[in-house]
Design a protein around this ligand. Structure first.
Ligand code: GCV
Length: 708
């Protein structure tokens, strides 16, 4: 006969199993994207059996070097929550010596003060006689290790197979929010700003914790909360108090806060008539401001500055250099923080080539920046286009810390409705040999990576489910730039959608091809900046008459009756000369280069032929068609997996792919119609003519749908 207690145990177990079975169905119904890649969907089969062989417990050290630390608590909570969800069983939390009395449990132990592990977030996960140990020298390493363990389990790895040691490759892994204090977001396509300055500092929404947790899960350790087109108001005491509340809430997740600083703040809000960095009153104002911020936020990260760019104030207004301006701010911060100075500058006065201007202004300043200044350089020399060669400043300033700026939000890649997984684009840049003895990834090692955030108030955070993958991939690459785009796509898909191998294989392959597809239907063969001025969404290659030359798509494509492309060889703007000779050589000869960069560097006749005999015109049209076909293919792949994931998110993506399909056609037809109006060439045999006249496309205005 079964004894009473045993019977209760059996019944409890049966109930838990029932819950474990019912849970996936319940969560499937509740899916709306809010949980991002941290869904911890219940395991099945051998992975579940492995995880549930013994009851699980998480043990946090008590009475050790770090008694009760909020970061360790966050790590333990995450493990408890994640393991419970993955295993379908309640996982207990033990403190101190409890573990010794529970010999039947498998125990995940957090050791967060182990001096043999490096500082800065490194961790090691090792099998132990009792289960598994997460070792780190600081609490944040334990948190990163916990997320890493949960990621491995979420992908379907067995607990008994997991062992790894990791350390972040870069010290700075930052998000740059282009959020304005009024709640709008420059180039944001996911609703309004997530920062509720109205209610702060009195009220801190749980949202802010969920945001920090998501960032910590991928290793992000810095957040600039406001737009680089900055309002000086953000430096006022009332905003510092609000920022302090965020800093306090994010500290347990290893996130330091930064502010975009408006260079003219001493004039705007400081009562001075100047912001000249050489004026001692200006320097004193910034020093006092820094002291005020540090009094509230002792680990404040520092200032991000956009100066003398697109109308922003800067040291150039007083005849001073970027180094003069940056160093004055660096002095105000002292060893407490960092000035991140952007190299995104261009001027309407230099008509020769916008792609050369940042190099011309910054390369001569190498070695002149203070130690706590970092130069933040966009991935390419123009502006976050679907494809650009790497920026020539990478590797060219050996005596300056240079950081890579990427754009996670898809300003030039179809906003949030077009699916484009950006890891392949960032890898293209990171893996590029600069010709100065280092790849871009190596050249930025002393600084790190910044990503312009794609996060907003939309329930799914990023405006589309697939844009979450870009936030994810950015963080993971900033942690480890050697990760492949394929691995990132696979691990994100497994955690976000389904770990079923057929699904992961198809969806990751779809993701990996998606950015090339967008480049094909928007800017094939190295063309750039053909988007309509202002919003940058639809095609407008025909715009040639805007007052500033570099605002015009015509400036970038230089197409006429004879040919197309921007000549950046010695016969043209000679932008090739900004690269180290060995790098420039890769792009110097149109016959022998990667055709994906062809028209970035060369102006060629329409009848120029590729080595295989196809003309430039034929190939261009083929690329547009490949782009449109690629979207149709993505639609098919996605439709093929209907029913394998929750219906709501599946339908969301299907809707967006439908929009993308229609708009890819719009891009293709409008572009071809325009090129034909210049070159009068017939379409290659078998090619469909544009659906409507060029006049129709020219008359469309955003957000008018192209099909209407
Ligand atoms: C924040 C591009 C964008 C601007 C952005 C600028 C920058 O020009 O269109 O919206 O301004 O880059 O990076 O500073």
């Amino acid at each position: 006969m079964m004894r009473g207690r045993e019977l209760v145990n059996r019944m409890l177990q049966a109930l838990l199993v029932l819950l474990a079975v019912a849970l996936p169905a319940a969560t499937a119904r509740a899916e709306d994207g809010y949980r991002l890649w941290l869904r911890y969907a219940p395991l099945e089969g051998p992975a579940l059996a492995d995880l549930t062989r013994r009851p699980l417990a998480v043990q946090i050290p008590v009475g050790g070097a770090i008694p009760d630390n909020p970061t360790i608590r966050a790590a333990a909570d995450e493990l408890q929550k994640g393991l419970s969800s993955l295993s379908g069983r309640q996982v207990s939390l033990m403190k101190g010596h409890d573990a010794e009395t529970r010999a039947d449990h498998a125990i995940i132990r957090l050791h967060c003060a182990r001096s043999e592990i490096a500082a800065g977030g490194a961790f090691s996960i090792r099998q132990s006689s009792r289960g598994l140990d997460i070792l780190a020298s600081e609490p944040i390493g334990c948190l990163y290790g916990s997320f890493s363990l949960l990621r491995a389990l979420s992908e379907g790895m067995r607990l008994s197979d997991i062992g790894r040691s990791e350390a972040p490759r870069y010290p700075l892994r930052m998000l740059n929010h282009w959020d304005n204090p009024d709640g709008s977001v420059e180039r944001g396509y996911a609703g309004s700003s997530i920062f509720d300055w109205w209610k702060l500092p009195d009220h801190l929404d749980q949202w802010m914790i969920d945001y920090a947790r998501a960032n910590a899960s991928i290793g992000i350790n810095g957040v600039v909360v406001n737009n680089v087109n900055a309002s000086a108001m953000m430096l006022e005491p009332r905003y510092i108090a609000r920022l302090k509340r965020l800093a306090d809430a994010w500290r347990p997740y290893g996130i330091r806060v930064y502010l975009s600083a408006r260079f003219s703040a001493p004039r705007d809000i400081g009562g001075l008539e100047t912001a000249d960095p050489f004026d001692p009153r200006v320097a004193a104002w910034w020093k006092d401001k820094a002291d005020e911020i540090y009094a509230a936020i002792p680990d404040f990260g520092g200032f991000l500055v956009k100066a003398n760019s697109e109308g922003q104030p800067g040291p150039g207004d007083y005849g001073r250099t970027h180094a003069d301006g940056a160093n004055m701010l660096a002095h105000a911060l002292g060893p407490r923080g960092t000035v991140i100075w952007r190299a995104f500058v261009y001027s309407e006065h230099d008509e020769a080539d916008r792609a050369r201007q940042a190099f011309a202004e910054f390369a001569p300043l190498d070695g002149q920046f203070a130690d706590n200044v970092i130069l933040q350089v966009k991935n390419g020399p123009i502006d976050f286009q679907p494809r650009e060669p790497f920026h020539p400043l990478f590797g060219a300033m050996p005596d300056t810390r240079v950081m890579l700026e990427t754009q996670i939000t898809k300003e030039y890649l179809g906003f949030s409705t077009h699916l484009a997984f950006l890891a392949p684009m960032w890898k293209e840049v990171l893996d590029a040999p600069t010709g100065h003895g280092k790849t871009v990834a190596e050249a930025i090692a002393p600084a790190g990576m910044a990503g312009v955030a794609n996060i907003g108030s939309d329930r799914n955070w990023s405006g589309s489910h697939f844009d979450q993958a870009n936030w994810y991939a950015f963080g993971r690459l900033a942690w480890d730039p050697s990760l492949s785009a394929e691995q990132l796509a696979r691990e994100w898909a497994a955690q976000t959608w389904s770990r079923e191998e057929g699904f992961v294989a198809d969806i990751s392959a779809m993701m990996l091809g998606s950015r090339e597809i967008v480049a094909d239907y928007m800017t094939p063969l190295g063309l750039a900046h053909l988007m309509a001025t202002g919003h940058h969404y639809g095609p407008a290659p025909w715009v040639c008459d805007l007052p500033r030359p570099e605002w015009n798509p015509c400036y970038y494509h230089r197409a006429d009756r004879q040919g197309i492309g921007f000549d950046r060889t010695p016969g043209g703007s000679n932008a090739l000369a900004d690269y180290a000779p060995i790098a420039a050589a890769r792009w110097a000869d149109p016959d022998r280069m990667d055709s994906r960069y062809l028209l970035w560097f060369h102006h060629l006749p329409w009848d120029w032929t590729f080595p295989d005999g196809t003309s430039l015109w034929q190939t261009l049209v083929q690329r547009y068609d490949a782009g449109v076909a690629g979207v149709a293919q993505m639609q098919q792949v996605w439709a093929g997996h209907e029913g394998e994931i929750d219906a709501r998110r599946h339908a969301d993506v299907a809707d967006f792919l439908k929009i993308q399909r229609r708009e890819a056609q719009w891009w293709r037809d409008a572009s071809i119609a325009y090129w034909q109006s210049l070159n009068s060439l017939p379409l290659p045999d078998g090619t469909r003519p544009p659906a409507r006249s060029l006049g129709h496309y020219r008359a469309l205005s955003f957000p008018e749908a192209p099909g209407n």
